[in-house]
Ligand binder design. Structure first.
Ligand SMILES: [Zn+2]
Ligand SMILES: [Zn+2]
Length: 319
């Protein structure tokens, strides 16, 4: 993802900001979070069937703490399926039970151990990133929450020395005491972790919008991108969850809606999808599943909607 913001740099010849090249969407990768019911490797079949270029999965039951280790057989089947298609990158989403910021030290220890277990699974499968919600401070305050998250990540890094999978901190909607709803908070986490080169970031459009970043407004969108560049670094953005939002801007509601069918709408998605600085970042849906009136898979419908927005709006929306 290192080239992700190359197009926003300066032109070598003139020294002026490079003019973004129009994109027809063909160099962009779209995918979805898909089920691994029946076997991890089956997610690749589903991805190909739906028309996904990239993929997100759970590497264990996301609502349980423990799981049996992956077997050689599972890993072999996964590697074979992966080699047989062009679906990449694959990222995983960590369990919702983790709270790396917990003031309860037993809960935090359990979360760190679970994170290490998930990273170990990812590494065995060759999954490039594990999306993690940073955590909730549970009333202890933002500063101590962020400090605990950094300590937890340091411990997890220590326990997974030499791994190539990265933790991808996800921006959150800011429900309750959850951290990561301000880009600056994510920036402080990155800054506070010893091996910060092992951290990436996952943007979730629904969460950003619910947290108060108005993706629909060109100026607000530009300010958000400036904040990301200043506090996180655009090269660190490893995936984008392209979810529309049932709740309004600043509602702090984490309720996903189909692309362009929620409060973010066409304008907001056009800003994100046509931003050349994000063109090479994989876009992954976490929108409701099912089929439309013509029995077309809804993930396929949402991917087509995104591609159409790229072709129809060009590069006019973002600054
Ligand atoms: Zn998430
Ligand atoms: Zn998400």
């Amino acid at each position: 993802m290192k080239q992700a913001h190359a197009a926003a740099g300066t032109s070598e010849r003139s020294g002026l900001p490079a003019r973004p090249r129009p994109s027809d969407g063909t160099n962009q990768r779209f995918g979805a979070h898909l089920s691994v019911a029946g076997g991890l490797h089956l997610a690749f079949d589903a991805a190909v069937r739906i028309g996904c270029d990239c993929l997100q999965i759970f590497v264990k039951n996301q609502r349980q703490w423990s799981a049996r280790p992956l077997s050689e057989e599972q890993i072999r089947a996964w590697r074979e399926a992966e080699a047989g298609c062009n679906v990449r990158p694959v990222v995983a989403h960590a369990s919702y039970l983790l709270n790396l910021a917990s003031p309860d030290s037993a809960a935090r220890r359990k979360s760190i151990a679970a994170l290490v277990d998930e990273l170990t699974r990812c590494e065995a499968l060759g999954v490039s990133g594990l999306v993690v919600h940073p955590g909730a401070h549970m009333g202890e305050g933002v500063d101590s929450g962020i400090r605990r998250i950094c300590e937890s990540l340091d411990e997890a890094h220590h326990a997974t020395r030499g791994f190539s999978v990265r933790v991808l901190l996800e921006t959150t909607a800011g429900q309750g005491t959850s951290l990561g709803h301000e880009i600056r908070q994510i920036g402080r986490m990155v800054e506070g972790v010893r091996e910060s080169e092992r951290l990436g970031v996952c943007l979730d459009t629904c969460h950003l919008f619910a947290a108060g970043y108005d993706l629909r407004d060109g100026e607000a969108y530009g300010r958000m991108m400036d904040e990301l560049a200043a506090h996180v670094g655009l090269a660190r953005i490893a995936c984008i969850h392209t979810n529309d939002s049932k709740g309004g801007c600043g509602s702090r509601l984490d309720r996903h809606e189909h692309v362009t069918k929620g409060a973010i709408g066409r304008g907001g998605f056009a800003n994100i999808l046509n931003d050349p600085r994000l063109a090479l970042v994989p876009r992954i849906l976490e929108t409701p599943k099912g089929v439309d009136g013509r029995s077309v898979d809804l993930d396929r419908v949402n991917i087509q909607r995104m591609k159409r927005l790229i072709m129809s709006r060009g590069l006019s929306q973002s600054k």
